[in-house]
Structures are given as structure tokens and as C-alpha cells.
Design a protein around this ligand. Structure first.
Ligand SMILES: NC(=O)c1ccc[n+]([C@@H]2O[C@H](COP(=O)([O-])OP(=O)(O)OC[C@H]3O[C@@H](n4cnc5c(N)ncnc54)[C@H](O)[C@@H]3O)[C@@H](O)[C@H]2O)c1
Ligand SMILES: N[C@@H](CCO)C(=O)O
Ligand code: NA
Length: 441
């Protein structure tokens, strides 16, 4: 058999330790699939003292010298599972420029400065693979990057954060508020001690940037993504959604469309939204991820599975390791980044959305007309109106009536301005819930 391919593994936490374990357990199969055995050249860790006795590797493979390991002449492939921007960016740029293949799970880095990595890969003629960075185990980036390259993708809608999906699913199932559901997610180990990246939508926004870049052949970074998290989603919002036959999900949406001047552009956003129970993403519960891709010729495609977890994520990392190793043996590399379309990213105000607005109003003549007038002034067309006598549902608001309005599609800025004006209307006592609505139109 061919001489071994040597791997530098950077990081040995949740994902890294499973990568090491699977490399050991699957070594014969991996060697057969690749055509050469894999060898671990070293594992970079932050501290050497930690007890890693249960990992099936020689203790002398551990090192705190990540830079030395990356630069080592006898390393072919660098696997980065540390996370964060620096020092990961420096390591990976060095590795790629030196012609080493890189496999990374680092969505934060790819979304923050994917350009640096792609440029270094092009400079060094090296492979850069990152299937684990979005939706963990789910094969999604390879289909976008390869299988769908004969097609035109119009829209990607996904649930790409397991922690927030667990929280929203719990709120839906039990009627709990956000804080209570977060507590449960933390107790069960779904949410991290500092849940900010998940609940404020940063993690999903990084993934949205990566998905949009691949889907639209355009460089999209985290800063281009409109981001709203789930901390403001209330039990009343969840009840409103249920009353409409919907559920609330934190969605990542990347869509083609025309900008204000009619030029083709994309909008990329992450926010909570109501979706009808019949939508394919509505039944994605617990910490699962799913991504719905709409392509011109292929039609709708759905990708579903585990978006997180050590072993599940390591599966995606190892799939990439096999791919880059095969390429090395064949003396080829995967096609470089495809960013030729270079589409502009539209501001959120120009994104086409629909709103669900639930208002506590006085039940007297002229109120509905006044409310409808505000929508009309902003050129927002109303799709449905439902009036519920106060106290009927949801109970206990102390208003005379609850008006539930769902709009047709309109620019987000017009919808937001409508809600602002409604707030100031005399007849409107309070706005009980404002949510975007996706799917079903
Ligand atoms: N955990 C998941 O389910 C999951 C899923 C998809 C993607 N990812 C991504 O995978 C990467 C790793 O995630 P994780 O969950 O394994 O994180 P983790 O915190 O469990 O592991 C990271 C490890 O890197 C080590 N580290 C930090 N700085 C280092 C340095 N300078 N040199 C060497 N080691 C250093 C830490 O000590 C830690 O052990 C991140 O980019 C993350 O976003 C994780
Ligand atoms: N924190 C992420 C892990 C995977 O990126 C999640 O909850 O989905
Ligand atoms: Na994936």
C-alpha cells in the first residue's frame, strides 16, 4: 500500500476527541477507502496535563505547539477543531499556503474571513473542506458545492441551530417562556454555559453566510447577514402561532431577488418566524437541524439530521478527510471557491417578508378601518384578519378585542414602519405579538 498520509489535529475537545476515536476505530476501512493508511502526526491541545487516557493514541502525540505542528514537513492534512478566529486563521492560512489540505469545522472563521482561507487555498493549490461547519453531520455543503452545480438555487431556508430549535420546540410543547425553556436546555446539556452565540443568532448567522456563499456563488460574510435571536420570543407569540396553525422556528433564509433598482441580488437573514404546521421544517423538533433548498430544475430538496454533537460532527470531518486524502493521492484538488456571480446583498429593509401582528384594540366603530388604513398607507396588503373577543384567546389581556392580522409579502421596512405607526394609534392599546411568517404563500 501507498505510504501513510499524515494528519495534524488541532483541538481535542468535543469534536476533536471523537475525530481521534473514529480515526482509530475505522482505520482499516478509512485506509481501504482512501488507498493509503492515515497516521496522526500530532494533536495540538491547550494543556498537556489533562487526563485523556481513554483516547486510543500515544500520549507523546499531544503537543501545545500548534504552529510547529502545522509547519511540520511531514504533515499532509490539517484538521482544525478548535474554533474561533485567532489563532485558527493564522494556522489555516499557513497550512493552505504551504499546500497542505485543510478540513475545518470552524463556521465562525469561515463566516468572518472565509476570503482569507479561500485565497490561501488558491495560492497554495490546496483543498479547503468544511462540511462540519454547517448543520454538523448533515451532508449539505458538498451537495451545494458539487451536486447542485448544474442547477440554479433560488432559496435556502434552514433550521441550523440545534440549541435554539430545542428551546423553541420546548416552548411549543409546554407553553413555557423563553427563560424556562433555556434553563431546561442548559440542564440537559443542549445549551452552553454562555448561550449567547446560539440564542442571539450569531451561530445561525455564520452558517447562513456560508450557505448563501455556496448557493449563490457570491462571497457573503457574517456582517452581511441580518440577525435576530430568540430571546424576545414570548409564550404569547407561541400561543398566537398555534392559534394560526403555525409553529415558531429560528430560520436562516437566503434568497435571490431583485433589489430596489431591479438588479439581481440576495438577501440573507436569521430571525424567528412562524411557519405553517404543514411546512417541511415545522416537524423538525428537538435539537435537530434541517435545510430546505429550492432549486430551479431540481425543485425542493430537504436535508435533515443532527447538526451538533461530537460523533455526529466528527462524521462530517472524517468524510472531508477521506475526500482531501483521495485528492492528494490522485494529485488533484477540488474546484476552488466559486464566487463569480458576485451578487450584492440587499439590506433587510428590502427583503420581502410577511408579518403576523396581534393587536389589543378597543371594540368600537372605526377601529378596524383605522388599523387597515395604516397598512394601506405603507402599501402593505392584508391577507387575513381575525377578530377575537377579549378574553377568548389568548386569555386575560384586559382589552376589548384582539385583532390578528397577517399580511401579504411586502418589503420588511414597510412592514416595520406599519407596526411603528400602529403603536401610536389611539385605538391600539398594545401590540401583543409581531412575528414574521414564512412559507405557505
Ligand atoms: N460541538 C459541536 O457539536 C460542533 C458542531 C459543529 C461544529 N463545531 C465546531 O467545531 C469546532 C470545535 O468545537 P468543539 O465543540 O469541539 O469545541 P470544544 O471547546 O469542545 O473544543 C475545542 C478545543 O480546542 C482547545 N483549544 C483552544 N485553544 C487552543 C489552542 N490554542 N491550541 C490547541 N487547542 C486549543 C480547547 O482546549 C478545547 O479542548 C468549533 O469550530 C465549533 O464551532 C462544533
Ligand atoms: N451550538 C450549535 C452547535 C453546532 O454548530 C447548535 O446548537 O447547533
Ligand atoms: Na454538514
Amino acid at each position: 500500500m501507498t505510504s501513510p498520509l499524515r494528519l495534524a489535529i488541532l483541538g481535542c475537545g468535543t469534536v476533536g476527541s471523537e475525530v481521534v476515536r473514529l480515526l482509530h476505530e475505522q482505520s482499516a476501512d478509512l485506509a481501504a477507502r482512501i488507498g493509503a493508511p492515515l497516521e496522526i502526526a500530532g494533536i495540538a491541545v491547550r494543556r498537556l496535563g489533562r487526563d485523556r487516557g481513554d483516547l486510543p493514541v500515544a500520549p507523546e502525540l499531544f503537543t501545545t505547539d500548534a504552529v510547529g505542528l502545522v509547519k511540520s514537513e511531514d504533515v499532509d492534512v490539517v484538521v482544525e477543531v478548535v474554533g474561533g478566529i485567532e489563532p485558527a486563521r493564522g494556522w489555516l492560512v499557513d497550512a493552505l499556503r504551504a499546500g497542505k489540505s485543510v478540513v475545518t469545522a470552524n463556521k465562525a472563521l469561515l463566516a468572518e474571513d472565509g476570503a482569507a482561507l479561500h485565497d490561501a487555498a488558491a495560492d497554495g493549490g490546496a483543498d479547503l473542506y468544511y462540511e462540519a461547519a454547517v448543520a454538523g453531520a448533515i451532508p449539505l455543503l458538498r451537495p451545494l458545492r458539487e451536486s447542485l452545480h448544474g442547477d440554479r438555487i433560488n432559496r435556502v431556508t434552514g433550521i441550523v441551530n440545534g440549541t435554539t430549535n430545542f428551546i423553541l420546540s420546548a416552548m411549543d410543547a409546554t407553553g413555557a417562556g423563553f427563560a424556562e425553556a433555556l434553563e431546561e436546555a442548559t440542564e440537559l446539556g443542549y445549551a452552553e454555559a454562555d448561550p449567547t452565540a446560539d440564542v442571539e443568532g450569531f451561530d445561525a448567522a455564520a452558517k447562513a453566510a456560508i450557505l448563501a456563499s455556496l448557493a449563490f456563488h457570491t462571497r457573503v460574510g457574517a456582517a452581511d447577514v441580518h440577525r435576530e435571536g430568540i430571546t424576545e420570543v414570548t409564550a404569547a407569540d407561541v400561543a398566537s402561532a398555534k392559534a394560526m396553525g403555525c409553529t415558531i422556528k429560528l430560520l436562516c433564509i437566503a434568497a435571490r431577488g431583485a433589489d430596489a433598482t431591479g438588479r439581481e441580488s440576495v438577501s440573507v437573514r436569521v430571525h424567528p418566524a412562524m411557519i405553517p404546521l404543514g411546512h417541511p421544517l415545522a416537524s423538525v423538533g428537538d435539537a435537530y437541524n434541517a435545510v430546505f433548498v429550492e432549486a430551479e430544475a431540481a425543485g425542493p430538496l430537504m436535508f435533515y439530521g443532527r447538526g451538533a454533537g461530537g460523533a455526529a460532527t466528527a462524521s462530517a470531518v472524517l468524510g472531508d478527510v477521506v475526500a482531501v486524502c483521495r485528492n492528494r493521492l490522485a494529485g488533484v484538488r477540488a474546484p476552488s471557491e466559486s464566487a463569480y456571480a458576485d451578487l450584492a446583498v440587499r439590506p433587510m429593509g428590502e427583503a420581502l417578508t410577511r408579518y403576523h401582528v396581534s393587536l389589543d384594540v378597543a371594540d368600537k366603530p372605526g377601529v378596524l378601518a383605522a388599523v387597515a388604513g395604516v397598512f394601506a398607507r405603507h402599501d402593505v396588503s392584508i391577507a387575513t384578519v381575525r377578530q377575537v373577543p377579549a378574553g377568548a384567546e389568548p386569555a386575560g389581556r384586559g382589552a376589548d378585542a384582539v385583532l390578528v392580522i397577517v399580511t401579504h409579502t411586502a418589503p420588511d421596512a414597510a412592514l416595520a414602519a406599519t407596526v411603528e405607526e400602529l403603536r401610536g394609534l389611539d385605538a391600539v392599546r398594545s401590540i401583543a405579538s409581531v412575528l414574521r411568517v414564512e412559507g405557505g404563500e
